[in-house]
Design a protein around this ligand. Sequence first.
Ligand SMILES: Cc1cc2nc3c(=O)[nH]c(=O)nc-3n(C[C@H](O)[C@H](O)[C@H](O)COP(=O)(O)OP(=O)(O)OC[C@H]3O[C@@H](n4cnc5c(N)ncnc54)[C@H](O)[C@@H]3O)c2cc1C
Length: 397
Amino acid sequence: MASPSRILIVGGGIGGIAAALALAKRGLASRVFEKAPEFGEIGYGIQQGPNAYRMLDWLGVMKDLEPQAVFTKNLILIDALTDRELTRIDCGPKFRARYGAPYTVVHRRDLHGALLEACRKRPEIELNTSKELVDFEDRGKSVVARFADGTEAEGRALIGADGIRSRVREIVIGDGHPVPAGHVTYRGVVPQDQIRDPSHFDDMVIWIGPNLHFVQYRLRGGTVMNNVATVVSRRFERGERDHYGGPDELMEVFSRTTPHVQEMLTYVGKDKNWVLHDREPTPGWVKGNVGLLGDAAHPTLQYLAQGACMAIEDAVVLSAKIAAALAGGGALEPALLAYRDERYMRTTRVVVTSRMFGAIIHCDGGTRDLRNWLVSRRDPHDAWEVDWLYKGIPIPG
Ligand SMILES: Cc1cc2nc3c(=O)[nH]c(=O)nc-3n(C[C@H](O)[C@H](O)[C@H](O)COP(=O)(O)OP(=O)(O)OC[C@H]3O[C@@H](n4cnc5c(N)ncnc54)[C@H](O)[C@@H]3O)c2cc1C
């Protein structure tokens, strides 16, 4: 068991490798353990609010990522039952000046790939695949991780960045399975020339309607279009918990939308879907020398497009707390607790606001009339609802 002074990171998703890179930027060594045989991400898009852009810039990856990124001009909400634009956030010069960064969208593989390439260049980082953590033992001055293949690794602390079904969380908090929202998502990426209506090529658009929404934005320098369709399942609400949100329910829920919106359903694959979950926020992310990060700590519905952004912010804050503790010769548990304290309310606000935003975009009847009336009076240059989010956090010294 080499290098017991290193930090052990379980999970090589966006959060885990961002944490390794952030630690390395502060001169700290880590070992990443990913259970899959290869590091990688699924082939769809991801939105990066300006808060995440600033963190990724500090991590040094935006230079490589920018040629692939699309700089979003507007975030637009359209009523899916009428095709009428309801409101927009203008992401132009005023937005950039206020938040110190642009709004960008990227392919997940490009983002993960840029982080991974940066990790590979750092001697402080050891990357391991086919290492599924099954258990760990906190010995006070160190933590020993145990893997499914019978091997062990020892480090100063262990960070669980192992996603929404985290094994580390199961041991640290033990709050069971993530909570299903009853919402189901379908995704698809198609060449840009298959899209008939080019009017929103430079925007991120959400068509919203009763129990549904459809998201569209371009990726990879604008060459492909990312499409995401989501339904709130009535079958789930009726208690049919084993089978809900299938392609038949997707088509049924979208049948009230305009022909234009229904046509866009051809852009998403019907053979695979994502059943959405989050968890009730809890501050119990730290136990001794073990802490949680990203979806393992605070999984959220994607309605603010901030799950990965929060994981990246976590990584930067965590690295600062650990670096300060090690520089002062101190123990790591107080550093992990300080990280948790700094992150808990902000990430909880994202989890709770995402649920509320879901309820607002999916409503019907008079509630929908009121929502449309209210949002159509917004100022496109005043993103007050997400101002706290996009302002971000200072990069800790
Ligand atoms: C439809 C959808 C759209 C989204 N859109 C956005 C968006 O636009 N913007 C945004 O910021 N976020 C978005 N998100 C959220 C985002 O995808 C997640 O929050 C983010 O990927 C979480 O990263 P993570 O590294 O914490 O976890 P994960 O990406 O889940 O990574 C966890 C890693 O740990 C590994 N692992 C698991 N168990 C073990 C184990 N026992 N041992 C070792 N390794 C293990 C896994 O294989 C995986 O590689 C979206 C989510 C969904 C579902």
